[in-house]
Design a protein around this ligand. Sequence first.
Ligand SMILES: [Zn+2]
Length: 140
Amino acid sequence: MDQNPSIRYVLLEETHHIVDLETRFKAYIVWLILNSKAEKAIEMLAEHSEVEKPKLTVGLPKRHKTNVLGCYSAREKTISVLNSDMLRNPSIIIHEFYHHLRIDLNHKHRGNERNAREFAQDYIDAYKALTNPKQDNLAP
Ligand SMILES: [Zn+2]
């Protein structure tokens, strides 16, 4: 009553369009990593989030927790991964980027592990949704 229905329709359309672009972006990031283009993925993530691009290196720093596949050094602004296989692992690259993002945005808090995992999972889910859209229908 207080809003023109056609305007409301346009707003819904635009909202849908934005969600769709975001999903496509996330799926593309995952695709890049899976296709050995982690450096490009990091560059696009940084650009998208308007933060400085972190460095990306293979080989963990000398002092690191055992059994980690990747880590982020806030001082060096560097994402390190255990080996070159991990450069093709979206869960790890996007997870470590999350720590970079948190620190770059408020300069102290690296965010918690659960949020980092959920952040990465969101990208992976977008990739799955776009590469296998019928999967949802098969779920019980
Ligand atoms: Zn973490």
